[in-house]
Write a protein that binds this ligand. Structure first.
Ligand SMILES: [Zn+2]
Length: 438
């Protein structure tokens, strides 16, 4: 972004400079012009205006600034300001200006340089135009957004983030691969040296110049322990905009259940019907849950979509939540420090339902996770857990057609990395295999 402003500032200088050249009486500009690279001034369009028609003043909202102050110190009289504020009050809230946000004044190219238009940018994508050149109007527009398709490959030496970093690729790719696509199939904390991947993804740009990061992953190939895992993004519900990842056989990569209700935990006690405990005189005290040890306050997630059937504090369970997922499956989460959901509430997989604690009978902070199949508690690790919703038969044909060229594209990407591409800055590299898709 800093670069962008530098570039723009430079362009403004060119405009000023060329304006001065037209008027020989004016002294030479104080600002040193860059070496003789000054070209013909091209038309510069931004915010829907041709900036060459104006003196462009850019600044950011400073402490104590208000819409009125800014216009006032740019020679606009109070009654005019009042008229503007009155005219735009339904479309632009002048009190919404935030400290540090950029604004631009388009001013007349005369000696007074009277502002004719005020443009405020509340974020990178949107801008608000208050135009008071002739009639007064205000509206919000969005900067043009483009997506550029790119591909990347890598061989794991120690971790995926390191591999991405070496190539100047966004760490967001690692996050998306690990948490959104392969969370159910590959344990990214246990990658092997020599595991490798290819990925086709899109980067998002605003105004073709501002890089805002990885937008989405279109397809991926991950070879873990020499086993290939393909993933293709496919929209299964265009009304709801639901996109899921499926493999080359149209199997959903997601499972109906997460492997654990807490992240980065360790299993401190497994499901064991023959457990004997010293404090109970080594009598058999079956443990029908799986204990995940984690620090107090660690978020506990619903392992699958479902409806909360219990949320209460009772006896040895302490604070606990029980969720019914469908006619067959229920899960239960014990010893929470605090619960976050109410009975009857619908929760989605990964939603936080409470936090790890030590309520009820427990020797240390952990969540006791209980898994019910048809009303009986079982060991979730011994279950062949169902796949998340699969593609309907009618859609499957469409899917297999859809991925055919993408899979070819993926398979054609070579693993070797071209050395000249390595030192390019992240995300902004123009590669041979990228093309504009929108
Ligand atoms: Zn337990």
């Amino acid at each position: 972004m800093g670069n962008k402003y530098k570039v723009t500032a430079f362009l403004v200088l060119i405009i000023l400079f060329s304006a001065c050249k037209d008027n020989p009486k004016k002294s030479t500009p104080i600002v040193k012009a860059e070496p003789p690279v000054v070209e013909e001034v091209k038309e510069i369009h931004e915010f829907g205006y041709n900036l060459n028609d104006y003196v462009v003043k850019r600044d950011t909202i400073k402490s104590g600034d208000s819409f009125g102050h800014i216009l006032g110190r740019n020679h606009i009289g109070y009654s005019t300001i009042h008229n503007i504020v009155e005219a735009v009050k339904n479309t632009f809230d002048i009190t919404s200006l935030q400290l540090g946000k950029p604004y631009t004044l388009l001013c007349a190219k005369d000696s007074l340089q009277t502002p004719e238009c005020f443009i405020y940018q509340p974020n990178l994508e949107d801008y608000v135009v208050v135009d008071f050149k002739d009639s007064i109007q205000a509206y919000t527009e969005q900067k043009p957004i483009s997506y550029i398709e790119k591909s990347a490959t890598g061989v794991i030496n120690s971790s995926i983030s390191e591999t991405l970093e070496e190539q100047g690729l966004s760490p967001r790719l690692a996050f998306k691969l690990a948490d959104e696509i392969y969370a159910w199939t590959i344990d990214f904390r246990r990658l092997q040296k020599g595991d490798r991947f290819k990925v086709i993804y899109t980067d998002k740009y605003i105004d073709d110049t501002i890089y805002t990061g990885v937008h989405n992953i279109k397809a991926a190939y991950f070879e873990h322990n020499s086993e290939p895992f393909y993933a293709f993004a496919f929209e299964t519900d265009s009304d709801k905009g639901i996109v899921d990842y499926f493999n080359e056989d149209a199997k959903n990569l997601r499972r109906a259940f997460l492997k654990a209700p807490v992240q980065f935990s360790r299993i401190s006690s497994r499901y064991n019907l023959k457990r004997r405990i010293a404090v109970y005189g080594y009598k058999v005290r079956p443990h029908k849950g799986t204990d995940f040890a984690a620090p107090i306050g660690t978020p506990i997630m619903a392992t699958a979509n479902g409806t909360v059937t219990k949320s209460e504090r009772r006896g040895g369970n302490g604070n606990y939540v029980k969720i019914r997922h469908n006619a067959t499956y229920e899960t239960q989460y014990l010893h929470m420090s605090k619960r976050k959901v109410k009975v009857g509430q619908y929760v989605k997989q990964g939603d936080v339902i409470g936090w790890v604690g030590m309520t009820g009978n427990t020797g240390g902070p952990h969540v006791c996770y209980r898994f019910w199949v048809n009303g009986k508690q079982v060991d979730p690790f011994k279950q062949k857990l169902p796949q998340a919703q699969s593609i309907s038969d009618s859609l499957k044909v469409e899917y297999l057609e859809f991925i055919k060229p993408i899979k070819e594209q993926l398979d054609d990407i070579p693993f070797e990395i071209k050395p000249e591409l390595i030192e390019e800055p992240k995300g902004e590299t123009v590669r041979q295999n990228e093309h504009l898709i929108s």
